[in-house]
Design a protein. Structure first.
Length: 267
């Protein structure tokens, strides 16, 4: 059983929901990433989404686009990120890590090498934003060899037929994008999220994570009540933007935010 499946099974037994923070690897500089990952786990993170910086992150709003730019200034590559995960695993062999990014860097590396490095360094899952199931079989086949989970996105506009198609290819969990738009956009309608999550539950037994629009402890708790996992991105990455010259302040701010979300979710 993969770390992701194990973690969700543990949480279900404890009647808890997963808190999944997102950060961009290499932001504000590569030396900060692993220490912040450890700090997030200590603050209550159950799974970590590690963003692969890309020059054209079309699904992301200005906050995460800027994070990619900060990371790319330092030349952060996919190979560097595998090294970060390997270092993280020296102290933490239990917390699942999911790489989230775009297909281009994976294409450049090659599917076999990408899957092999996921296995060798301790990456548990991949979410390739711009890779639909219809075009993903070659990569999925390589990842399945190593039991690496593949997370796919669902949207408010996803039809029942589309949900079924995506869930046939997905593993680990499915990620429901709660808003029409890019990351960091609009205001969350928890009632609409609850209705859509119910529709998805009628089609798949996979855990359902909800992201986009979760800004604070209150929205995290509300989403946790209707899903299996809360994914927090822009609200965290904003801290990186505000304190890019002070990694210690970033860590402190992120820990405070995650602890408040964890506490609210656990109530």
């Amino acid at each position: 059983m993969s770390r992701i499946k194990t973690r969700f099974a543990q949480l279900k037994e404890q009647q808890n929901k997963a808190l999944i923070p997102f950060i961009t690897a290499g932001d504000p500089n590569p030396d900060c990433t692993v220490p912040i990952m450890h700090a997030m786990v200590e603050a209550g993170a159950d799974i970590i989404e590690l963003g692969v910086p890309f020059s054209d992150p079309m699904a992301d709003g200005p906050v995460i686009q800027a994070a990619c730019e900060r990371a790319l200034v330092h030349g952060t590559t996919l190979t560097d990120i595998f090294a970060m995960v390997k270092t993280f695993r020296e102290k933490d062999n239990e917390t699942p890590v999911v790489l989230m990014g775009y297909l281009n860097p994976v294409e450049v590396m090659g599917y076999n090498k990408f899957a092999s490095l996921c296995n060798e360094t301790g990456v548990d899952g991949a979410l390739i934003v711009d890779l639909p199931p219809e075009e993903g079989e070659s990569l999925l086949a390589e990842l399945r060899v190593f039991d690496i989970d593949v997370v796919f996105l669902l949207a408010p506009t996803s039809t029942p037929a589309r949900i079924a198609k995506v869930c046939q290819s997905a593993s680990g969990f499915v990620y429901y994008v709660s808003l029409k738009g890019v990351t960091g956009a609009a205001t969350l309608d928890v009632g609409a999220v609850e209705n859509k999550v119910a529709d998805i539950r009628g089609i798949t037994d996979l855990p359902i994570g909800v992201g986009f629009g979760i800004r604070d402890a209150q929205t995290a708790a509300a989403v946790a009540n209707v899903s299996d996992a809360v994914v927090v991105g822009s609200a965290i990455v904003n801290k990186f933007a505000q304190h890019a010259d002070s990694p210690a302040t970033i860590t402190s701010e992120v820990v405070t935010l995650l602890k408040s979300m964890r506490q609210a979710m656990d109530k």
